[in-house]
Design a binder for this molecule. Structure first.
Ligand code: GRF
Length: 208
């Protein structure tokens, strides 16, 4: 059973999707703790409501060393970033190299990096006329939205889309993709070809 710590900053809908998949026995993992960048956000409220310990970083001034120690004390095998908006300290990236994931609401390496968050991602897609956007799950390194890509799923851009309508359809796809990727990782299906990760056997997006 892999132990997971989820990092959030806002709504926490991906966190909930992963938690629901665990409850349905679709992921052989356990969420041991949640880290939120702010004390008050719906994701943190939800975590507290189901009895999970929530740490606040960096808003309360907790040090990087203390956060790392805490992650290790919880036995965290994998860190799952789910809408966490702060850059992860280098010390934590180093300790969890190849064991920290992020989800991004576009097909990286396009429409990612500093400043591409929330609606700005989807507006960026619309402004170029791109016809396919989607979801990317990738390994976290020292830069925003930068590490090697684990899995992607497409979402079509439709005539009349706004950043809001597109965000809604992309978020639905996130809720399908992220639990599957986390499930595969907990099964030990993440394999590395040098510095490039693959899920093997490949994910199936069917059955929902
Ligand atoms: C998602 O769109 C995710 O891709 C991005 O931040 C958003 C988080 O949403 N990194 P939620 O907090 O999971 O609802």
């Amino acid at each position: 059973m892999k132990k997971l710590t989820i990092f959030i900053s806002g709504g926490g809908s991906n966190f909930r999707a992963i938690n629901d998949a665990i409850d349905q026995n679709l992921i052989a993992g356990e969420i041991v703790s949640v880290v939120a960048s702010k004390r008050v956000c719906p994701g943190a409220e939800y975590a507290r409501s189901i009895g999970l310990p929530v740490s606040i970083f960096p808003e309360t001034g907790m040090s990087e060393a203390d956060l790392l120690l805490q992650l290790q004390n919880y036995g965290t095998d994998y860190i799952i970033l789910a809408g966490y908006l702060k850059l992860i300290p280098k010390e934590i990236v180093a300790a969890y190299r190849k064991r920290m994931l992020n989800i991004h609401p576009a097909l990286l390496p396009a429409f990612g990096g500093k400043g591409f968050y929330g609606k700005r991602v989807h507006q960026g897609v619309l402004d170029t006329g791109a016809k396919i956007t989607g979801v990317t799950v990738h390994i976290v390194d020292e830069l925003y939205d930068h590490g090697p890509i684990i899995a992607q799923a497409p979402v079509e851009v439709r005539r009349g889309d706004t950043a809001d309508t597109l965000a809604g359809r992309v978020l639905k796809m996130e809720h399908r993709l992220y639990p599957r990727v986390v499930g595969a990782i907990c099964r030990g299906d993440l394999v590395w070809e040098g510095e490039i990760p693959f899920i093997d056997p490949p994910l199936s997006m069917e059955n929902d």
